[in-house]
Design a protein around this ligand. Structure first.
Ligand code: SAM
Length: 253
């Protein structure tokens, strides 16, 4: 399962980062806390999450209280834009970002902030998908439509250069493109989606998007669209127009 795969991927990343118990670690774009749950359980780190969406932080807190009432998941949760971090220089032993950097409109600004808050010798673990030299202009256009974004999406080669330019030396690189391409097929992801996900999304979408005139057919269309957009990513991984990577970079001393 991709969920289990995602969990294994996060654990792989933290292993490469060598996070020690109790280390202050920043989860850059923590969402509703899925990766942080796995990472905190595996390392015992002191995880601080930042996220642009206040609503997702609230969900994160609620899930954390529900699942771990005695040991709260996050040491702190901060509603902030990753391009301007509200922390002092060298606050964190490590920073990681899981499946979110493609959202960032000004990646160099975000990397300069990450380098600022990292301690020398600390590691930045970046888990994300990237465009490649083979990505067609029409594909980028389609991705912008699919994910409703006029900014973001980065080339792997650019990212490697930007990391180095910000004093973050790449010390490791893992590739998950084949795995993602194999899973994101009609007969695997499509089948799991139809069996386990579609009905639930149709139920929750109207609760999430409460505006006049939102009807069940809209939710059915939105679920179908999401399914297609994710399967489209699978095509790109198989054709070499996108790659899924983990880059591990160390702040120079
Ligand atoms: C696909 S989700 C991934 C969340 C989480 N890392 C995970 O893997 O479950 C992307 C997250 O990035 C957040 N995000 C997007 N742009 C951001 C920004 N500029 N600063 C901070 N968070 C941002 C979104 O709110 C969303 O929670």
């Amino acid at each position: 399962m991709w969920r289990d795969g995602a969990s294994q991927r996060c654990l792989r990343l933290v292993r490469e980062m060598a996070i020690a118990p109790g280390a202050p670690v920043l989860d850059f774009g923590s969402g509703i806390g899925g990766p942080a749950r796995d990472i905190q359980a595996a390392t015992g780190a002191y995880v601080v999450g930042i996220n642009l969406s206040r609503q997702q932080l609230q969900t994160s807190l609620a899930l954390s209280r529900l699942q771990q009432p005695n040991a709260p998941l996050f040491a702190d949760l901060v509603n902030a834009d990753g391009q301007s971090l509200p922390f002092r220089a060298q606050t964190f032993a490590h920073v990681y970002s899981i499946n979110m950097f493609y959202h960032i409109p000004a990646p160099q600004q975000a990397l300069s902030e990450i380098a600022r808050v990292l301690r020398p010798g600390g590691r930045f673990g970046l888990d994300d998908w990237f465009l490649t030299a083979r990505t067609a202009a029409a594909t980028v256009q389609q991705l912008r439509t699919n994910w409703s974004s006029s900014q973001g999406f980065h080339q792997l080669d650019d990212m490697r250069q930007w990391l180095e330019q910000h004093g973050l030396a790449i010390v490791g690189e893992l590739d998950f493109t084949d795995e993602a391409g194999q899973f994101l097929r009609e007969e695997r992801f499509g089948a799991v989606f139809d069996r386990q996900v579609r009905a639930r999304l149709i139920e929750v979408f109207p609760q999430l998007y409460q505006y006049d005139g939102y009807v069940l057919e809209h939710a059915a269309l939105a679920a179908e669209q999401l399914r297609n957009d994710i399967l489209y990513m699978g095509q790109l991984y198989r054709s070499g127009e996108a790659v899924y990577k983990q880059l591990i970079a160390e702040k120079r001393r």
